[in-house]
Design a protein around this ligand. Structure first.
Ligand code: FEO
Length: 402
C-alpha cells in the first residue's frame, strides 16, 4: 500500500450537507494494469447529510482508504447510516471493510447483483447488505436517494444514485474521467472533454448500446450536477451529456486510423503513401506507430473513426505482436468503425491478413481489399494503395461522411 500523506486530505462542498470526501491520486500512472493515466485520477466518495440519516456514496481505492476515513473523522462524522455502493469494482468498494470498522452500524445499500459481487470480492456478510431495486427510493429525512439500475455502465451490476431534492446524479464510473485535480468542479471544458473522451474510449465504449438508453433516462432526471466517481464534478451537466450523446450515436466521422508497426521500413512506406493518398482525397488520417503510441490515444481515435487500417509486417507466420495487441484491443473496445483493411508485407508466407480480420469478430466491419505484398513495397504496391484510398473514399461518400 502506498504511503498516504495527511496534508493532502481535504473535503469539498457540492451543496450544504453534500460533501466530497474522496481521494485524489496525482501520481497514479496505470489503471487495471492496462489503462495509462497521463493525468492521474481520483476516487470520489460523497457524504450526504439528511435531517435523519447520513449516507456515504461509494468509497475509494484501498490504497487511499486512510484518506477517506481521515476526511470523515476530520469532519466530525460519528455516524453513517447507509453506504451506497453503485459499483463493486474495488476502486469504489475496496475501502468498505475499513469504513465498516469505523462505522460498524452502517448498512450497505445496493442492488442484488452488486451484493453478489461484494460478497465474492470482499467477503462481506450477506446480512449487512440491503437490496434496492430500479427506481426505488431511500429517505434520509429531508433528502431522498433514488436508484437507477443500469447494468453495463462498466460491469453488469452497476447502478446510478440520484439525490432528488438537490438534483445531483452520482453515476459512479459513467461520465467519469481519469483526471486528478485540486478543483471540485470542471474548470476547463476543453481539458475535461479530451480526458472524458479517453476514458469513454477505454472503458465505456464496449457498452455503447446500453449507455445510449441510459443517457435518455439521465436527461429525463434533469440533473443540476453530475458527480461521477472519477474526475471533477459537472455543475453544467450539458457538457458531458452532449458529448456522450455524440460518442454513443451511430454517427462516424470521415476519418481513417492506421495503427501500424514496421520492422524494416516497407510497412512504414506503405502507411506513409496511404496516409498521403487519403489526405489528398480530403479524408482525416490518424496514423499510430504502435511502438510509441499510448493506447489511450488510439482509444480516443477509435471513438469516431469510420475506418481502421492495420499496418503490420508478418513475423514468422502472423502479425507483429504489437499489431496483434492493438487489433485485439480494438476488438474488445467494440468501436463503431464500419470499414477495415490490412496493409503490410511478408517475406515467405504466413496468415497475417486472415488473423487480423478474424480478430475483429466483435466489430461489425466491412473488410476492404487488403494490400499485402511479398518483400519491399514497389510501384505496383503504391498503385494498389491508391486504389484502397479510392475505395475508402467511395465508402465514406456512400455513407454520407464526405
Ligand atoms: Fe472506477 Fe469500474 O471502476
Amino acid at each position: 500500500m502506498q504511503e498516504q500523506n495527511a496534508d493532502t486530505m481535504v473535503t469539498h462542498e457540492l451543496k450544504p450537507g453534500v460533501l466530497w470526501v474522496g481521494a485524489t491520486d496525482f501520481d497514479r500512472r496505470m489503471f487495471d494494469e492496462l489503462i495509462p493515466l497521463p493525468n492521474g485520477t481520483s476516487y470520489n466518495s460523497f457524504l450526504i447529510q439528511g435531517s435523519e440519516k447520513t449516507a456515504l456514496i461509494d468509497t475509494v481505492d484501498p490504497t487511499k482508504e486512510f484518506e477517506l476515513v481521515a476526511n470523515l473523522v476530520k469532519l466530525g462524522i460519528n455516524r453513517i447510516d447507509y453506504i451506497v455502493i453503485n459499483h463493486a469494482e474495488q476502486d469504489h468498494s475496496g475501502s468498505l471493510p475499513m469504513v465498516l470498522e469505523f462505522f460498524p452500524d452502517a448498512t450497505i445499500v445496493t442492488n442484488a447483483k452488486c451484493r453478489e459481487f461484494l460478497i465474492d470480492l470482499l467477503h462481506l456478510p450477506f446480512d449487512k447488505i440491503q437490496i434496492i431495486g430500479d427506481r426505488e427510493t431511500l429517505s434520509l429525512g429531508d433528502r431522498t436517494l433514488e436508484f437507477l439500475i443500469t447494468p453495463w455502465t462498466h460491469w453488469p451490476e452497476t447502478q446510478l444514485t440520484f439525490l432528488q431534492e438537490d438534483r445531483i446524479l452520482f453515476p459512479c464510473d459513467l461520465f467519469g474521467a481519469h483526471f486528478a485535480s485540486s478543483d471540485l468542479f470542471v474548470k476547463s471544458e476543453m481539458e475535461i472533454y479530451q480526458s472524458a473522451k479517453r476514458y469513454y474510449g477505454e472503458i465505456m465504449m464496449p457498452f455503447r448500446n446500453s449507455i445510449r438508453g441510459y443517457i435518455e433516462k439521465v436527461k429525463a432526471l434533469n440533473p443540476e450536477m453530475i458527480a461521477p466517481s472519477h474526475g471533477p464534478v459537472y455543475n453544467t451537466p450539458r457538457i458531458i451529456l452532449d458529448a456522450y450523446t455524440e460518442w454513443t450515436s451511430d454517427d462516424v466521422k470521415n476519418e481513417v486510423i492506421i495503427p501500424y508497426v514496421s520492422m524494416h521500413g516497407s510497412t512504414q512506406k506503405m502507411v506513409d503513401h496511404l496516409a498521403g493518398a487519403l489526405i489528398e482525397r480530403g479524408i482525416t488520417v490518424k496514423p499510430f506507430n504502435l511502438t510509441r503510441t499510448d493506447i489511450g490515444e488510439l482509444s480516443i481515435a477509435l471513438v469516431d473513426a469510420a475506418t481502421i487500417v492495420v499496418g503490420t509486417p508478418t513475423v514468422i507466420f502472423g502479425p507483429h505482436p504489437e499489431a496483434f495487441y492493438a487489433t485485439y484491443l480494438a476488438n474488445l473496445l467494440k468501436p463503431k468503425v464500419r470499414f477495415a483493411s490490412v496493409i503490410g508485407s511478408y517475406g515467405w508466407g504466413g496468415k497475417t491478413v486472415e488473423t487480423i480480420v478474424k480478430m475483429l469478430d466483435h466489430v461489425k466491419v466491412e473488410v476492404l481489399e487488403p494490400v499485402y505484398v511479398k518483400g519491399a513495397a514497389d510501384e505496383a504496391t503504391l498503385i494498389a494503395l491508391d486504389r484502397l484510398a479510392d475505395d475508402i473514399l467511395a465508402r465514406h461518400k456512400a455513407a454520407g461522411l464526405v
